[in-house]
Design a protein around this ligand. Structure first.
Ligand code: SF4
Length: 365
């Protein structure tokens, strides 16, 4: 098939088969930009409720720019990769301050926005402004590597670059945004990682992987490195007879920056977990604590490592907690824990604390 035939087959398939999405065909560059940020590392079905909630809170870029960062992180809570929310928030301020509240429609300007790299720039410029930039995400890599029979390792930059070149060649002058969405949609719904539905595919007549029966070998990906596993000791400091616990605000430039947590850190070799908690709380807050009892153990996976979190109820023995490695520390009543943003693993601790507190069980120390 020549490029014109590929383009027209894909676009007419897309017109018949595209799934409704709240940002699709809305014509609002702010919503399209937000959707592209949310869809990084997140599936459509997971992102959609967050998108709706975010737009309810911040219907325009002006609303987002005027919001407090804690409010933005609270609405984003649960979606993960929080630097996306922090970057989006500071980019919204730039859009309002420097671009008159309009999402920029040129490559040079839109890539000035924090969190907007080549992929997001291409997606927003093509979908919101009909500019001819081809996007290459995981779905596009799968469709094009199968269609052209590219057998090289798609984790390597040079393979990704050559797929980008194919995509750049293919993108049409008319409806470039719909073309990009068509390839991504085909990858998400028909040319799926396993058991692609080649019988339903508009590209089947020219597809090399289909003809050579290699759909289960292409795209080829080298094995991922095993993720390291850390044990984390965490202290929930609660004063006897008080309903307040101590939380710390992570630095903005750290992983999970701008979110709250119970202080703690990594277990060192040869160290017992209660000792980890005491050492970490001394280093992070400048206080001495005693361990009252284990509170909860939970597993959590991040993109590059896994943790087992061991949380202990603690009692303050001496010192006044000060933020030595966080932005701020705060005593907060347990019922108010729902009001501030926490990352997922810490949120599980707050939920248990709030449940026990409601039933007035086991929390007295
Ligand atoms: Fe993917 Fe099959 Fe279509 Fe080829 S024919 S692009 S393998 S769905």
């Amino acid at each position: 098939m020549n490029n014109t035939e590929i383009q027209s087959r894909l676009i007419s398939w897309y017109d018949r088969n595209k799934r409704p999405m709240p940002w699709r065909d809305c014509g609002d560059p702010y919503k399209i930009w937000l959707s592209e940020i949310m869809l990084q590392q997140t599936r459509v079905d997971q992102a959609t409720p967050y998108f709706n909630r975010f737009i309810d809170h911040f219907p325009t870029v002006h609303d987002l720019a005027a919001a407090d960062q804690q409010e933005v992180l609270k609405v984003w809570e649960g979606l993960g990769y929080y630097s996306r929310a922090r970057n989006l928030h500071s980019a919204a301020k730039l859009v309002v301050d420097q671009f008159d509240g309009k999402v920029p429609d040129s490559w040079d300007e839109i890539t000035e926005l924090k969190g907007v790299g080549p992929y997001t720039a291409s997606a927003v410029l093509s979908i919101a402004f009909q500019k001819k930039y081809a996007v290459v995400d995981g779905n596009v890599i799968r469709v094009l590597s199968r269609y052209y029979g590219i057998e090289e390792n798609v984790r390597e930059t040079k393979t990704k670059n050559s797929i980008q070149e194919y995509a750049d060649e293919l993108i049409p002058d008319e409806r470039p945004g719909d073309f990009n969405q068509a390839v991504m949609e085909l990858g998400a719904t028909v040319c799926t990682p396993s058991n692609p539905e080649c019988g339903e595919c508009p590209l089947q007549p020219g597809c090399v992987a289909f003809k050579t029966v290699k759909t289960d070998q292409i795209p080829y990906k080298s094995k991922k490195k095993k993720r390291p596993h850390h044990h984390i000791g965490v202290g929930i400091i609660k004063q006897p007879g008080d309903d307040k616990v101590l939380i710390a605000l992570r630095p903005d430039d750290a992983m999970l920056g701008g979110l709250w947590e119970f202080p703690g850190g990594k277990q060192e070799p040869g160290e017992e977990l209660p000792e980890t908690v005491k050492r970490e709380l001394h280093e992070e807050l400048g206080v001495e604590v005693s361990i009252v009892k284990p509170f909860m153990k939970l597993d959590h996976a991040y993109s590059h490592f896994k943790i087992t979190m061991h949380a202990y109820l603690c009692e303050l023995q001496s010192g006044t907690p000060r933020p030595q490695s966080s932005q701020e520390v705060r005593w907060i009543s347990i019922e108010k824990l729902a009001d501030v943003p926490f990352p997922k693993a810490n949120r599980r601790l707050t939920e248990k604390l709030m449940n026990l507190n409601k039933g007035q069980q086991e929390l007295e120390i």
